[in-house]
Ligand binder design. Sequence first.
Ligand code: AKG
Ligand code: FE2
Length: 245
Amino acid sequence: MEEKQKVARPVDGIEGYGNDMVLFDNQPLDWVDRLYLLVTPQDQHKLQYWPQNPQSFRNVLHEYTARMEQLKEQLLKSIARSISLPEDCFLNQFGERSIMYARFNYYPPCSRPDQVLGLKPHADGSGITILLQDKQLQGLQVKKDDKWYQVPIMPQALLINLGDQLEIMSNGILKSPVHRALTSSERERFTLAMFCAPDPENEIGPVEELVDDKRPRLYKKIRNYPETYFHYYQQGKRPIDAVRV
Ligand SMILES: O=C(O)CCC(=O)C(=O)O
Ligand SMILES: [Fe+2]
């Protein structure tokens, strides 16, 4: 507890240990505590929020971040190739100063899982998200055609989720799925999400190759999508609707 307090999120900040920011009356709250840290670029680390206990925490997170940066690059290239685009087209929009956030999600046991969600339905605001799932407890669900589907646990596997910014860049060809997390009355659940996103100062938008007469531009160009995202998300709305043409 004491260690968590040392890195507690300030009321007006996003990094650190805490729970939902309350921005609106009647805002549905999530049954989750989280430690949220910017891990890339390194020169923007706010180390005051990086726990020193356990002692290995900072080094392990550094190393994990470096691996996830490599994985992100490979994934963005492969995804581009898979839809016949030049392999660097998403990476170029991410830019040299692309960002990555680590979010450690801790869902405590909840006595009313029928009433309370761990995370309300949302699509990620990232470009892509790399999720390390809890090894024992399922909880993640994805929505398709208005039905919720349970995501199975695959030990040793990372789950890759596409976020809104890749949907925007791909002019809607790639979809950023809506998902949610359930709670359990029996057990706690831990997950680690790494959100990979473009440099917020870069203007992003549908890549030119994917806009033509047959497929008109679906999304506007936008800078700093996370800012737009955050406000819509906490009201339970879909932020990507704000950038539709
Ligand atoms: O905890 C999970 O399984 C999902 C986490 C998630 O969707 C998120 O952090 O955005
Ligand atoms: Fe998510």
